[in-house]
Design a protein around this ligand. Structure first.
Ligand SMILES: [Zn+2]
Length: 368
């Protein structure tokens, strides 16, 4: 026993002496990413992305160019495109009939400026599907991450605004045709039921809305398989559990993660701890990821087809993220069942060199 204890003590001492006992080993991490812009500063002055531990860059679909894809890949990193599904607000200028309708039958105001689109507008959907196909066909990207794929709401904050939508004639008719449920003759009747938690109409309405959003994911998958089958399909999504905010993940945002799972390769929850009211509690990140793993039956094993790669907040957004917290945020973001982690967001983070340095230190220490 004494020998064992001595050995343990030696190992611990060695760890402290070299300063490499933290962060813990992350052999399961297969992706260390940066979201939100080409990290040019990390690619200049003799540096390469791989030398600073970064092996993936996530950039907006409209910022993808052949030159950028080539430049990032030449540095030993993968390139993923972020794709806005149902929040391309500029579409409404020429197509006001695509705006989500509220419980009063009028166009729903955009909460905190977050403007969604009616998810059953056929031309809007066709426009986004075509854009998705063109993006994949035109660029040698390694995957596409769906973004803003949820009902009209403002949830990226501590106190969300979650209106009920969309009650346009098209959505109401589609719901009735699909469910044929009694007591849902028109908008007003459905709205009345939403107040009753045990209403069968309410349950059917929530399920139908989730199906509509899942069907989009099914179509994106089909296009990806036909256009660039080696690419990954990921999704950025609200990090809440199904119990938080009175079940708003399904009831308001229309996100059914389990139903979407067959069509996705990677789930990227967005546990922005500081932004969402957990500024002093980075452990919230790994608690949310742990729930997601249980919910989706994923442990982070290499053999699993579907992966969890959270996007964690390093740049300030409302609340500040102090530089001293960077390691802890990345530590919690890269714990199993997560097998990858990326940081939010380069556009602002690049102006904070101390945080970039802390990120690089962490990424390099876990790079395999
Ligand atoms: Zn609608």
């Amino acid at each position: 026993m004494r020998i064992v204890l001595t050995l343990v003590a030696c190992l611990l001492l060695h760890g402290s002496a070299t300063g490499d006992e933290r962060p813990p080993a992350r052999k399961h991490v297969v992706m260390r990413g940066i979201y939100g812009g080409v990290p040019a500063a990390l690619m200049a002055k003799g540096k390469t992305l791989s030398s600073v531990g970064v092996d993936a860059v996530f950039i907006g679909e409209r910022a993808i160019t052949k030159a950028r894809v080539q430049a990032i890949k030449a540095q030993g990193a993968r390139v993923f495109a972020e794709f806005n599904t149902v929040h391309r607000a500029e579409y409404l200028k020429a197509h006001p009939d695509a705006a989500p309708v509220g419980v009063d039958g009028k166009r729903a105001p955009a909460p905190h400026g977050w403007q969604g689109i009616c998810p059953t507008h056929p031309e809007y959907r066709a426009w986004r599907m075509d854009a998705f196909r063109t993006l994949l066909a035109s660029h040698e990207i390694d995957g596409v991450w769906l973004d803003y794929h949820h009902g009209h709401a403002s949830w990226e904050r501590a106190k969300p605004a979650l209106p009920d939508t969309c009650f346009c004639d098209r959505c109401v008719a589609a719901f009735k045709a699909r469910t044929k449920i009694d007591g849902a003759e028109d908008r007003a009747a459905i709205v009345k039921h939403l107040a009753k938690k045990d209403s069968a109409v309410r349950t059917a309405w929530i399920r139908w809305r989730c199906e509509v959003f899942t069907d989009w994911v099914r179509s994106f998958r089909k296009i990806l398989d036909a256009t660039r089958p080696a690419a990954l399909l990921g999704t950025y999504h609200c990090p809440w559990t199904e119990a938080e905010h009175e079940g708003a993940l399904k009831a308001k945002l229309a996100i059914d993660l389990r139903a979407q799972k067959p069509y996705l390769d990677v789930f990227s929850p967005m546990p922005y701890h500081a932004r969402f009211g957990h500024a002093k509690d980075p452990a919230w990140i790994s608690r949310q990821t742990a729930w997601l793993g249980k919910h989706l039956d994923l442990q982070g094993k290499a053999s699993e087809r579907v992966k969890i790669w959270p996007i964690v907040q390093l740049s300030d957004w409302g609340e500040k993220v102090p530089v001293e917290q960077v390691e802890s945020v990345l530590d919690h973001g890269s714990r199993l069942p997560a097998t990858g982690v990326m940081v939010f967001r380069w556009g602002t983070l690049r102006k904070e060199p101390a945080k970039v340095e802390a990120m690089v230190r962490f990424y390099r220490s876990i790079a395999r």
